[in-house]
Ligand binder design. Sequence first.
Ligand SMILES: Cc1ncc(COP(=O)(O)O)c(C=O)c1O
Length: 427
Amino acid sequence: MTHFQTDAVHAGYKSHEHNNAGAVPIYQSSAFTFDSAEHAAKLFNLEEFGNIYTRINNPTQDILEKRVTALEGGSASLALSSGLSAQFLAITNICSAGDNFISASHLYGGSYTQFDVTFRKIGIDTRFFNADKPEEIETLIDDNTRAIYYETLSNPAFSIIDFDKISAIAKKYHIPVIVDNTVPSPVLFKPFEHGANIIVHSLTKYLGGHGTSVGGIIVDGGNFDWGKTNRFPSLTQPSKGYHGLIFNDVFGKNCPFGNIAFAIKARVEGLRDYGPAISPFNAFQIIQGIETVYLRVQYQSKNIIKLAEYLENHSKVKKVFAPFLKSSKYKENFDKYFKNGAPGILSFELKEGLPAGEKFVEGVKIALHETNLGDSRTIVTHPASTTHRQLTEEGKKSAGVTPGLIRVSLGLEHIDDIISDFDQAIG
Ligand SMILES: Cc1ncc(COP(=O)(O)O)c(C=O)c1O
C-alpha cells in the first residue's frame, strides 16, 4: 500500500490510459460514444462500467473520485457540484418522506438550514442532538431512523464529538454514520478508522484548497451491511427507478468490486435524477489542489498555533476558540483523535463584541473578508452576519455562533505578515 502523499498525486490515474498525458486531462465532453448497441445496453444495465453522459460520469470526475477514495480509504466515491449537494444526495439515498436522521446541531450554517428547513419540506425529519451529549442520540432513534450525522470538526464551533461513543450507539442499532470531514480533511482525520460509514466533503475547502472551484463528494466506506436488517429498503428492495435492480444484491458486500451499493445508488439514481454533476473543469482544479493538500494542511496546522498564541495574549481579545487550546472543552477529544495536528482554522471574540468585530473584518488588508475556508489566502468571516445569518437566534446559539465571533481560515502567507495584519485591524 502506498502512502497518503503518493496517493495524493497518483491515485486513480495511469498516463498510458490517457494518451500518455502526465497530468490529468480535462475531458470537457458532455457525452461519450458507444462502441455498439450492445455496449450501450451493458452500460445502462450496469453490467459494465464506463462513461455515458457527464451528468452521470466522466473520466476527469472518475479520477477525482478514485483519488479521494484512496485518501479516505473507502470503497467508491461520487463527486458532485458542491458540498451541499453531496450531503443532499447522501441523506436522500437512504431517507424518504416519513424517515428521519439524527444530526449534531453544531453544523456549518448552510447545512443546518438544509437539514432544519429543506429536508422537512420534503418530509424528512432531522432530529438534532447536542454534540456534547452523544447519549441523547439513543432517545431520538426509532424504526424510521436511517442515519446519524455529524461534522468531524464542526464549523464554526470546532466541537469534536466523542466518535467512539457514537460509533458504539450506531453499531448497537445498526444505523450508518455519515460524517462531514471537510474541516480536518483526510490529512488530519480518517473517519473510517473511527466508526464512520459514509463521508461527505465540501471539496471547495481544503481538498481544492485554492478558492477557485466549488465541489463536493460522497465517499462510501464499504463497511456497512445494508442487508442485515430491513431498515434500508431503498437498497434492499427492487428499485422502481432502475428497472427492479436490488442495489445491495448486486453491489453490496458480495460484489467483486467491494461493497459499493451506496455509492452506485447515489450515482445512478440520485445524481441521475437530481442532477448536481461537477463540471470536468472543476474536477480538474480540485485534483490540482489535492496534489498539495498534505503540504498545505501541515503548514497551516503549524501556523495556526502561532496565530492562536498571538490572539490569546492580545488585551482586546476576549476569547480564542480552537480545539487544541487548553481553554477548549474539546481539548481532550482533540488529543484523543487528532494525532496529526489541527486544521488551520480558529475563531475569536473581541472584548468590544459586534462593533469591534465588524471593524476588524473591514480593517484587514492582507486577509480577505469572505465566507470561504481552506483557501490558500487567509480569510476572515463574521458568521452571525454571513454564513449563519438565516438561522434563528436559537439556531445560532445551538450552532455555537455568538454575535461578535470572527472565524479565521489561515492561508499560505507568512504567519508574521498575517499577525501584523491582524494587529493593525484590531487596533
Ligand atoms: C463544513 C462544511 N460542510 C459543507 C459545506 C458546504 O459546501 P459547499 O459550499 O461546497 O456546498 C461547507 C461550506 O462552507 C462547510 O464549511
